[in-house]
Design a protein around this ligand. Sequence first.
Ligand code: APR
Length: 229
Amino acid sequence: MKKKLVLLSGAGMSQESGLKTFRDMGGLWEQYDVTEVASIEAWRRNPELVMKFYNERRKQLWETQPNAGHYGIADLENDFDVEIITQNVDDLHEQAGSTKVLHLHGELRKARSTADPRLIYTLDHWELKMGDLCEKGSQLRPHIVWFGEAVPQMEQALPIVQQADIFVIVGSSLAVYPAAGLVNYTKPGIPVFVIDPESPAVQQKKVTYIREKAGKGVDLLKVELKKFR
Ligand code: APR
């Protein structure tokens, strides 16, 4: 039986692919005001501006490839039952071959109905426009969890975390809840690894920090994991 390795990833995971993180120097939240582009209030106030922000990110994603970190994690499926819980809205884990990926904060390649959130559509073009409607005739919006909105996928994430034999965090500042609290639901005493050039704080857990970028950090993680196979 393969051990269950649960991995929580954040924006740092995709930084070496050329996608900006949020809170690092030069991050998205330095360039844009969060409350103007990533909240439900912003959508109500100025949907065109929100649409423009996500169209630009989607256009960039269309031209972006996974990095060595993504491929290294996909490789781990040879030795472990890997479940990825990502805060990222890009699909670089899936592009690299990872088979179990849960998106907590939505997916950039998808749009959903403003009248019925169950109506979710995969976009075949990077541009979503005002006037693009769902089958019920209501405006489509980016399929993203905005600040001030609930995180419905937490319901799926919790039981996955509780089953983890090994927990790994890659490229997240652990600044945003509820995602940042997931580590607290792991079984007592399991190994916890954090791959990040910085050292995001993890409460109450024995943590092994790998202070490297994702690409190199995942290689070092594989060495550490040999004893758990
Ligand atoms: N490899 C690994 N980690 C990296 C790399 C890299 N190449 N580059 C930066 N990092 C680390 C930073 O040190 C930082 O700890 O990645 C982290 C990025 O943190 P944030 O920018 O805060 O991103 P994240 O934790 O994913 O943000 C959480 O906030 O804005 C919202 O919804 C958005 O999902 C996002 C959530």
